[in-house]
Design a protein around this ligand. Structure first.
Ligand SMILES: *Cc1c(COP(=O)(O)O)cnc(C)c1O
Length: 370
């Protein structure tokens, strides 16, 4: 049995006709940038996310960057970011010239630790950038309380957690402005790059609309130094077809995760995903941890099972951030996660039989090693 880390077959094959029809509609409309498709998808996604406004942009990284620009975060400001996130979260802070202040996660949920967050706040702190990592909502109630107490902005990085919630409220609806990615592999993915900003604030939504389109509201009049970061009509049309299926795909992801947990329980060498009370997990990825990670990954590869590591090098040890002079050992939890994590195949369309096969393979690996 060959089990790829990711397959789009289960999502894309059944809706092929619908997606191709939407693509043809855009083709025939002769209107390809900022038109009716983007307007409609923005409305649909805002409704899905239970926010007042959604602004489509070119990708998730731009969404984060534009959020920080709209909030006037810049040089001299400190932004609290997780020490264990995808590099995009850090890059957005670098783009606006603000200071990255990494905060270690909880070792059980891998999400920002509200207790550590408070210790990292200084007079210069301007914003908190919580990342709903792997698809699990952060403890947003605690994070928002801290933000209010210290008068800080919150920008959620919701790239991995479309449809997750904390205390019944959806991720992407807590912060002043929030970023989401529709990279193909995300829970809701386009057929290319795409992203959006979600917010309840009409003023900030208008700022983002201006920034994404050359700093212009009125053609050939430029208010601010903006960007070209528009969601295109083709991707918006495709996303519009896929959005109504998202909850169904999320339920499949949660079922697959439950099966993994059921069939991997009781192996002493591995740590399974834990979800915080009042938070939900939409399993963008199913991450397990073990000291024998590299050997396990190699064994699974030999048996036809694809895995990935999210993420092998923590941001503070990336060559790109050498100039910040962080040291190895400075963020031990992020480093431990980078050393021990491995993500198992999980995608809508994966079957119970395949999950059982993966789990049996993992069990055999540890039994042989003992
Ligand atoms: C994917 C991702 C991004 C960036 O999204 P792109 O659309 O690839 O630019 C940002 N943050 C996190 C946590 C991500 O997983």
């Amino acid at each position: 049995m060959q089990i790829p880390f990711l397959s789009f077959a289960g999502q894309h094959d059944p809706i092929r006709e619908e997606v191709v029809a939407a693509m043809a509609r855009v083709y025939d409309s002769h209107w390809y940038v900022l038109g009716e498709e983007v307007r409609r998808f923005e409305q649909d996604y805002a409704a899905f996310n239970q926010v007042g406004h959604c602004v489509g942009v070119a990708n998730g990284l731009d969404a984060l960057h534009l959020c920080l620009r709209a909030l006037n975060v810049g040089p001299g400001d400190e932004v609290l970011v997780p020490s264990n996130t995808y590099i995009a979260t850090w890059l957005a802070v670098s783009y606006v010239g603000a200071t990255i202040v990494p905060v270690e996660p909880r070792i059980d949920t891998y999400n920002l630790d509200p207790d550590r967050l408070e210790e990292a706040i200084t007079a210069r702190t301007k914003a908190i950038l919580p990342v709903h990592l792997y698809g699990q909502a952060c403890q947003m109630d605690a994070i928002m309380q801290i933000a209010q107490r210290y008068n800080l902005c919150v920008v959620e990085d919701n790239a991995q957690a479309q449809g997750a919630s904390c205390q019944g409220r959806l991720t992407g609806s807590f912060g002043q402005v929030n970023a989401v990615s529709f990279y193909p592999g995300k829970n809701l993915g386009a057929l290319g790059d795409a992203g959006a900003v979600t917010t309840d604030d009409a003023f900030l939504a208008a700022q983002i609309r201006t920034l994404r389109n050359y700093g212009s509201q009125q053609k050939y009049r430029n208010e601010v130094v903006g960007y070209n970061s528009r969601l295109d009509e083709l991707q918006a049309a495709i996303l519009g077809v896929k959005l109504p299926y998202l909850n169904h795909w999320t339920q499949q992801r949660q079922q697959l995760a439950a099966w993994y947990t059921q069939h991997l329980t009781g192996i002493p060498e591995i740590v399974l995903p834990q979800t915080a009370t009042a938070c939900t997990h939409v399993y963008h990825v199913y991450v397990i941890r073990t000291r024998y990670r590299d050997e396990l990954q190699q064994y699974l590869t030999q048996h036809g099972i694809g895995t990935l590591i999210h993420y092998p090098i923590p941001a503070h040890l990336q060559p790109a951030y050498k100039h910040l002079e962080f040291q190895a050992g400075q963020f031990p939890i992020a480093e431990e996660l980078a050393r021990t994590s491995v993500s198992l195949p999980l995608w809508p369309g994966l079957t119970l039989e395949q999950v059982v096969f993966v789990c049996a393979c993992i069990r055999r690996f540890f039994a042989a090693a003992r």
